[in-house]
Structures are given as structure tokens and as C-alpha cells.
Write a protein that binds this ligand. Structure first.
Ligand code: C2E
Ligand code: MG
Ligand code: MG
Ligand code: MG
Length: 280
């Protein structure tokens, strides 16, 4: 009996594995044509400055609606796009589309675009950024490029050179998901980032968890000492917002203020936190 159960469990896992492999293969194939079929879209999520409650920037986040499977999360399809190299094409599309969208916003609002480490292995990256700005007629100072520290992990020197070239165009370079991954403070010595985004994992523990408070305050102190503004990701509650305000955080992003929405649905009015807190 035990033996039979064991075999049944094994078959169950085998089938689940098969399904996962098949889904990944299906997504891999479908992703090649997704752009041409108009299945990809960008949504935008605002960042709000805590000194003025004004929207400073909106982050472009990619969305994929597969005709049969429905919405597929970027957490699932971006790694596949990186593996197949499709990220080069769809990444350039995101740059062009985001820059064009930003020209319809108030001039005080910047646009942030995520760059995959794989895009740094493409020698055409700097040219693609320059072209996206020129074609849209967007001032380079209105574009923020979000990178994770994995960009500085390997191929250090080559990627640093690309970062310097991008900075020379006049765009801002932002360190995304700070505090996760390999988090070497050495990266902060090697490149003068324009902003650090504190990962949502640390914000989630506010305002009660001692360890989260310690880490958030330490990162904000580090930013202050280095002259790098810090944005907090994933702010979902009024209590998290109050804590971050108290610690002197410069910017926040999260569901409390707004989910990612299509460009046409963005609201650039001053943040009404009281309403957001009441609603959330
Ligand atoms: P990210 O760059 O760190 O983006 C922030 C993620 O947190 C987004 O997830 C956003 O929807 C989510 N988020 C924002 N506020 C909240 C909140 O209050 N609570 C919670 N629970 N989540 C919140 P999303 O859109 O699923 O994207 C996931 C990741 O996929 C992004 O993380 C980014 O690494 C990657 N990604 C998305 N779009 C692109 C793209 O165009 N290019 C590249 N290379 N990567 C992208
Ligand atoms: Mg990001
Ligand atoms: Mg992030
Ligand atoms: Mg993140």
C-alpha cells in the first residue's frame, strides 16, 4: 500500500513537472511572436515625492496577455525572454513606447524603464536608448533607467563603461531592488547612482518588525551620507507610509497610492493620502 502511494505521489510530481516544462516551452514559442501580434503592453506606476506629495516619475512595467493562457506575469516571462534573447527586441520596444508615452505627461514627470542585465551584453544598447529619446523628442533628463546590481556583478568593467556612456547621454541611472541579491556596498563606490530603490521585502515589515526598521533606517542613512535619494517600493499601508516619512525617505511607490495603469489613466494630481488610506 505504502509502495503504491509512493508511486502515485511520484507520478503526480512527474505530471506537474511535465506541465511546467510544457508551459515554459509554449511561452517561449509564443513570446517570439507576441510583440508583432500586439500582445505586449506597458503599464505605468507613479512614484511620489514625500516632501511635496507630487508625482515625480512613472515606472514602465511590461504586461503580456497570451491569447489562450491569459495574463502572464513579468516574473515568469522576463526570465524566458532573457534566456532566448527576445529581451533585446522587447526591451527596445519598451524604451521607445515609454519615451513616447512620457511626452504626453507634464514635463516635471520622468519615466523609468527597467533594463535587464542581458541588454548590457548587446553592443547596441546605448544607441537604442539614444534613438528612443530622439524619436520621441524626450529630454534625456526625463528618462530613468533601472538596473539591478547583477549588472555590476560580472563583466564589471564593460558594463560600467556602458553605464557611464548612458549617463553621458543625460539619463538618470537608478539601482533597483536594493538590499536583495548580492548587495555589495562596493557597487555604490563604483558608480554614482542617481537613486536607490529599497526593495519591497524591507518595506513589508514596517512599521512593527525590528529588523525591517533597522535595515530601512540604515539604507536611508547610507543614501543620505552618499547624497543618493532613496525610493521605497511596495508601500501598501498608511502605517508604512508614516514610518517612511518619519525616517526621511524621499520617494514612495506602491499600491497605497496607485497600481500600475495604462498611460492614459495616470493621474498627476497631488497625492491624496487621506483618501488612499481610508480606501485601503
Ligand atoms: P520591479 O522593477 O522591482 O517592479 C516593481 C514590481 O512591484 C512590479 O511588479 C509592481 O507591479 C510591483 N508592485 C508595485 N507596488 C506594489 C505594492 O504595493 N505591492 C506589491 N505586492 N507589489 C507592488 P511587476 O509589474 O509584476 O514586475 C515584476 C518585475 O518584472 C519588475 O520588478 C521587473 O524586474 C520586471 N519587469 C517588468 N517590466 C519590465 C521591463 O519592461 N523590462 C525588464 N527588463 N524587466 C521588467
Ligand atoms: Mg523596477
Ligand atoms: Mg524594483
Ligand atoms: Mg522588485
Amino acid at each position: 500500500r505504502a509502495k503504491a502511494d509512493g508511486r502515485g505521489t511520484f507520478r503526480f510530481f512527474e505530471r506537474a513537472m511535465d506541465e511546467a516544462v510544457q508551459r515554459r516551452q509554449a511561452l517561449k514559442t509564443a513570446l517570439r511572436a507576441a510583440l508583432e501580434r500586439g500582445e505586449l503592453a506597458l503599464q505605468f506606476q507613479p512614484l511620489v515625492a514625500l516632501d511635496s506629495d507630487a508625482v515625480t516619475c512613472c515606472e514602465a512595467l511590461m504586461r503580456w496577455r497570451h491569447p489562450e493562457l491569459g495574463p502572464v506575469s513579468p516574473a515568469e516571462f522576463i526570465p524566458i525572454a532573457e534566456e532566448t534573447g527576445a529581451i533585446i527586441r522587447i526591451g527596445e520596444w519598451a524604451l521607445r513606447t515609454a519615451c513616447r508615452a512620457a511626452t504626453t505627461w507634464p514635463a516635471s514627470v520622468r519615466v523609468a524603464v527597467n533594463l535587464s542585465p542581458v541588454q548590457f551584453r548587446n553592443p547596441g544598447l546605448v544607441q537604442a536608448v539614444r534613438r528612443a529619446l530622439a524619436e520621441a523628442g524626450l529630454a534625456p533628463g526625463r528618462l530613468e533607467l533601472e538596473i539591478t546590481e547583477s549588472v555590476l556583478l560580472r563583466d564589471d568593467e564593460a558594463n560600467l563603461a556602458v553605464l557611464r556612456e548612458l549617463r553621458a547621454l543625460g539619463v538618470r541611472i537608478v539601482l533597483d531592488d536594493f538590499g536583495t541579491g548580492f548587495s555589495s556596498l562596493g557597487y555604490l563606490l563604483r558608480f554614482p547612482f542617481d537613486k536607490m530603490k529599497l526593495d519591497r521585502a524591507f518595506v513589508a515589515g514596517l512599521p512593527d518588525r525590528e529588523q525591517s526598521i533597522a535595515i530601512v533606517r540604515a539604507v536611508l542613512g547610507l543614501g543620505r551620507s552618499l547624497g543618493i535619494p532613496v525610493a521605497a517600493e511596495g508601500v501598501e499601508t498608511g502605517r508604512q507610509l508614516d514610518a517612511l516619512r518619519g525616517y526621511g525617505c524621499e520617494e514612495v511607490q506602491g499600491y497605497l497610492f496607485s497600481r500600475p495603469v495604462p498611460s492614459a489613466a495616470l493621474d498627476f494630481g497631488r497625492a491624496k493620502w487621506a483618501d488612499a488610506v481610508a480606501a485601503g
